[in-house]
Design a protein around this ligand. Structure first.
Ligand SMILES: [Zn+2]
Length: 127
């Protein structure tokens, strides 16, 4: 997965931050769906790699409960956690025991369960 994430980093559109991010959603039926961050001169129109991969999977027909894990790599030297907007979207589609797997270009790996990084989610039970 590391090599795929490194290659995908090259597709990120980040002319403002220069901070490239790649993400790959693994579905329960064994598909791997990519996403990269896509920035915009109007910064608020930027989409993160994680949400790009998740919404691409949804566009392909995947539903809540079809998502297994998500792999994430950043162009910086240290591993980075998903932002809280992405955590909210991860909570929407992934199971509580799904894994967020942070990978570094030099082989570092950190793994977290959704329940660890989103212990008190806002979800359908709050509506
Ligand atoms: Zn994000």
């Amino acid at each position: 997965m590391k090599d795929e994430l490194i290659k995908l980093l090259g597709n990120a559109y980040a002319p403002y931050s220069k901070f490239h991010v790649s993400a790959i959603v693994e579905t329960k039926d064994g598909k791997f769906i990519p996403g990269v961050n896509v920035e915009n001169a109007s910064y608020g129109a930027t989409i993160c790699a994680e949400r790009n991969a998740i919404t691409t999977a949804v566009s392909m027909g995947y539903k809540k409960g079809d998502f297994k894990n998500i792999y994430i790599m950043v162009s910086g030297e240290k591993l980075s956690m998903p932002c809280f907007m992405c955590r909210q979207v991860i909570v929407e589609f992934f199971d509580k025991d799904s894994e967020i797997i942070l990978m570094g270009k030099n082989g570092e790996v950190d793994r977290y369960k959704v329940s660890e990084i989103c212990p008190y989610p806002f979800d359908e039970t709050d509506l």
